[in-house]
Design a protein around this ligand. Sequence first.
Ligand SMILES: [Zn+2]
Length: 202
Amino acid sequence: MILGMSVASICLLGNPALRTPATEVKIFDQPRKNLYRKMLQIMHKAKGIGIAAQQVGWTERVCIIDLGSASRQPDIVGTCIFDGQPTVVADLMPLIVINPVVLNTSAEKLLSQEGCLSIPGIQASVERFSRITIRFQDEGGKEHTLECEKLFAICLQHETEHLDGTLFIDHLDEAGKVRIQPQLDAIRRRGEQQKVAPLNLQ
Ligand SMILES: [Zn+2]
């Protein structure tokens, strides 16, 4: 998720990989850990705060979040509870999230101004739950629960949706879609012709 210049190794809107739901991660091995490192590097290079597997042409349910300096600002990321313990958000970064399942969402929602590495240059306002609880596995396969809010929760919602093939622009109403349609069409044309060498296991 978020702003940033287009990077050659990131799939753009129009690339079918983005609309293909990812499959459950069943193997927790070193080649996958290496792949997650590469995903993180690509995300940092693109100045993103979150990246999902399909954005690098990978097909399993993994996303990575690194809120960077924002993770030290409670007014931006709020508080979180990790495996039942109040935890400093910055201590969890970068967070590799495998096979995430949303367990709970708050009644309260908020408007989030979002961008996406796969839709460069576009920002739009999206309604998100202000607090969510998820269950996920780490890169060793160990299961965890995480309750978080504000930007952390927004980013997790954006990234876990990617794993289902959903993009933030899908949440816009008709007027919102019409407003950015010309830019989306231009990106989609690039994405349809894009030759991204997908990350793979080594
Ligand atoms: Zn995104």
